[in-house]
Design a protein around this ligand. Sequence first.
Ligand code: PGA
Length: 249
Amino acid sequence: MRKKIVIGNWKMNNDSFETKTLLNKLKKYDFKNDVTIMVSPSFTNLQNSVIYLNDSKIEVIAQNVNESEKGAFTGEVSSSMLKSIGVLRSIIGHSERRLYYNETDNILKKKIYNALKNELKIIFCFGEKISDRKNNQQFELVNNQLSNTLLDLNKSDWENIILAYEPVWAIGTGENATPKQVQEMHFHVRNWVKINYGSKISNTVPILYGGSVKPNNASEIFSQPDVDGGLIGGASLNHNDFIEIINSF
Ligand code: PGA
């Protein structure tokens, strides 16, 4: 059975005080289900969050990581820096990084390989734009994104990878993909993994959906057979909404 996972991507929100307040509410809540919960605060709040959640089952992850080991890269953060403060996983390839910071498939491939080489686990995001979907090219586009970045991995790397399908048109727009559209794409992605890495890996790799997941649509999306959870942006900033989404499984 695959793990159920819900991740809160806080993006550039929550200062130190707000981070602690939100973590405190999540930490106090007695989650009854077996969902793996992760939160992704900004770089400045990672270390405090790790310390604060020390005795909790909630994992703290990074939103981004640099593709190099170390060196003259002003403003950047490396895999080993994250690991040294107890952050063992990072999101890579979020569409906002692709769009606003010009992170191409080529750069993302370097990020993926460098992170895994340094034993930092990853959540790799991908997904089509509205123009791709209008032209019915979403499957081709996602195939390209996966093939450009994930084709040269070792089979053992897959133990440290979570995939996240995030159609760009559904992120922060309030317009979520329909459960049918989500299932279709997740099936397609799982099949891509099967073709390239075999069914043992395709049956176990978690595939999350992200894009306007809210308390009122989470349970239908999460109940699709190839959906293993969600990457939640806006709704993860409100503890009640985030808890309700986690409890939607
Ligand atoms: P959203 O963001 O839930 O606010 O649409 C999702 C994401 O960017 O991961």
